[in-house]
Design a binder for this molecule. Structure first.
Ligand code: GLU
Length: 349
């Protein structure tokens, strides 16, 4: 009888500790305004990335009630300094951490300028169903009404929410949850700086309460074919911005610099100015992959509209903006030069 009671006690204790076990979350800090520090609470000037991850976490102690948190500093930069090298480092680290049974999810703190790009890069290159959440801030920690602490609290709420797993990389800003593929920065200074123009947000997070309404149907994470574990650099892909009275100068410069791909951020449905068009046609003939994208900010860039893509061997980037189209083409070119296969990727990812 005593033995049975002892066993029941042990099992109860085990059950309780399992119930109380908090998820293990790693915060990978890269810099940005969320880690920014300024001289004055009422002036916009500050240095991005000046605050270390430990200080950042100490500013929001309530996140420790939701998870066992560890912080790692991957870089300390304003995200306009983001590079392929940091993307590869971050994606490799995320892959390593998430393959361990000791890690249940990752939050990446990031500057807002290029957050959409880094989030999409990880969406395509991290092989895990576990949650990966990006978060930033528009006001530095020393600013009046700083948005970073609430955004970080919400990000940890999202990463520890069971429904986030399997949704691909998400971005949490200003009480909203966005898919990495769809989200883009739409305002230079407002705290409401992010939107998903083609799809809308996929959920909301209000004082930590998470609600999802939809999710992306495009391939990501474990369904992605891109493997960067053994890759140390990516093929050069340049973006050329189209405009009235445009030139051939920048297309030719990209080709001369050794670009393997060019994303043309065209007018309307991805249209180039005639002189630029001639340079793109020449580049394509010379073996550079030319992908037509749009500078409009929403909608698809469609094949065979005003441009004879078949004749020139161009491909179209579907609804990806130029900065994300560049990422997909860089990764695509690590696998194939075949234009049809590359075109298919724009319809799948
Ligand atoms: N340029 C900085 C960055 O992207 C500031 C933007 C921000 O984080 O809000 O890191």
């Amino acid at each position: 009888m005593t033995k049975i009671l002892e066993k029941i006690t042990v099992l109860t204790l085990l059950g309780t500790s399992l119930l109380l076990a908090k998820p293990n979350i790693v915060i990978l800090a890269t810099g940005g305004t969320i880690a920014g520090s300024g001289e004055s609470a009422t002036k916009s000037a500050y240095s991005a990335g000046a605050v270390t991850v430990d200080k950042l976490l100490a500013a929001v102690p309530s996140i420790n009630e939701m998870a066992t948190i560890k912080g790692e500093q991957v870089s300390s930069i304003g995200s306009q300094e983001m590079s392929n090298a940091v993307w590869l480092k971050l994606a490799k680290r995320a892959n390593t951490l998430l393959s361990s049974d000791d890690v249940d999810g990752i939050v990446v703190t990031h500057g807002t300028d290029t957050m959409e790009s880094t989030a999409y890069f990880l969406d395509l290159t991290v092989k895990s169903k576990k949650p990966i959440v990006f978060v930033g801030a528009m006001r530095s920690g020393t600013s009046m009404s700083a948005d970073g602490p609430m955004n970080l609290f919400n990000a940890v709420s999202v990463v520890t929410n069971k429904e986030t797993a399997g949704k691909g990389v998400v971005v949490v800003m200003n009480d909203e949850i966005h898919s990495a593929r769809e989200v883009t920065k739409v305002n230079t200074s407002s705290v409401n700086a992010f939107a998903s123009p083609n799809a809308g947000k996929i959920g909301t997070v209000y004082y930590g309460a998470v609600n999802y309404y939809m999710q992306t149907l495009r391939k990501h994470t474990i369904d992605s074919e891109f493997d960067i574990t053994k890759i140390d650099s990516l093929p050069r892909v340049d973006i050329v911005y189209g405009h009235a009275d445009d030139t051939d100068l920048f297309v030719n410069a990209a080709v001369k610099a050794g670009a393997k791909g060019i994303i043309h951020s065209g007018m309307g449905n991805g249209n180039p100015f005639p002189l630029t068009m001639d340079a793109l046609a020449k580049a394509s003939k010379a073996g550079v992959v030319v992908a037509r994208s749009s500078r409009v900010g929403s909608g698809r860039t469609t094949l065979h509209n005003e441009v004879d893509d078949e004749k020139y061997g161009f491909i179209a980037t579907d609804s990806l903006n130029a900065q994300k189209a560049r990422i997909l083409l860089m990764l695509g070119l690590t696998k194939t030069q075949d234009k049809k296969a590359l075109q298919d990727m724009y319809f799948k990812y």
